[in-house]
Design a protein. Structure first.
Length: 127
C-alpha cells in the first residue's frame, strides 16, 4: 500500500526529521503538534487555554490538508508537563470535537520540545 506525505503551510513546519502527517490508505497518522504559531514558528504566549487551542488549530489544519477534519480522529494522545491542566484539556476539547469522541490518552511528561507545556498527536480515519 502506498503512502502519501501530508504538508500544509497552515500548521508549523516539521522541526525535525519527520512529516506533519502520513496517509496510508484511509488512515492518517498526524505527528505531534505543540503550540507553535505556523506563521512565526514561535510559541504562543499567554494562558494554557490559548496554548491548547493553538495545538488543536494546528492539528485541524493538518487534518484538513489530509482531506478530513477533527471529527475523523479515532485516537488522540495528549502530553502535558503538568497534569493539573487535565480538566482544561477536557473543557477546550469539548469545543473542538463532538460525539462520538475519539479514543484518548493523557500522559504526564517531564518535558516537551521547545519547552512546550502541551503536545498532541492523533490517528485519523477518512471516509
Amino acid at each position: 500500500m502506498s503512502r502519501q506525505i501530508i504538508h500544509t503551510h497552515n500548521a508549523p513546519v516539521a522541526i525535525g526529521a519527520y512529516s506533519q502527517a502520513v496517509k496510508v490508505g484511509a488512515t492518517v497518522y498526524l505527528s505531534g503538534q505543540i503550540p507553535l504559531d505556523p506563521t512565526t514558528m514561535t510559541m504562543v504566549e499567554g494562558s494554557m487555554d490559548a496554548q491548547i487551542r493553538r495545538v488543536f488549530d494546528n492539528l485541524s489544519a493538518v487534518a484538513e490538508a489530509s482531506g478530513g477534519s477533527l471529527n475523523d480522529f479515532v485516537k488522540l494522545n495528549v502530553f502535558l508537563t503538568d497534569l493539573s491542566y487535565f480538566a482544561l484539556v477536557n473543557e477546550v476539547m469539548s469545543g473542538y470535537f463532538s460525539e462520538p469522541f475519539p479514543a484518548r490518552a493523557v500522559v504526564g511528561v517531564a518535558s516537551l520540545p521547545r519547552g512546550a507545556s502541551v503536545e498532541m498527536d492523533a490517528v485519523m480515519v477518512l471516509g
